[in-house]
Design a protein around this ligand. Structure first.
Ligand SMILES: [Zn+2]
Ligand SMILES: [Zn+2]
Length: 113
């Protein structure tokens, strides 16, 4: 049995439900879905991207039977980490969230069901 209890953020030590500290490498940008420390998007919502006690995407990926690399390759970051809405700010071009699709070509077309 794995231990799936909630734990503090490994990088900034935020408790579950707390916002990450600035510069935390676990925080995902709510605009582009990439690592917040690697992008410069305007309008990022720190509360939307708060630490939940579970590695971002881990619970979703586990439920879907994926590992986190597959999860990213399928572009699911865009679904789970990006705050959608008609008033949502646009990701800046070249942001990490946009690269998920570009890297798809690296290992050929993925299996379409
Ligand atoms: Zn953190
Ligand atoms: Zn961003």
């Amino acid at each position: 049995m794995k231990d799936y209890s909630l734990h503090n953020c490994h990088d900034c030590n935020a408790a579950p439900g707390q916002q990450h500290m600035d510069g935390c490498d676990t925080e995902h940008c709510s605009v582009c879905g990439g690592q917040r420390m690697c992008c410069d998007c305007v309008g990022h919502d720190k509360d939307f991207a708060k630490w939940t006690g579970i590695w971002p995407g881990f619970a979703e990926a586990t439920l879907l039977g994926l590992d986190l690399n597959e999860f990213a390759r399928k572009g699911y970051h865009d679904i789970f980490f990006v705050k959608k809405g008609k008033d949502a700010p646009q990701a800046v071009s070249g942001a990490p969230g946009n690269s998920a699709q570009q890297t798809n070509g690296a290992d050929g077309p993925s299996a379409h069901a």
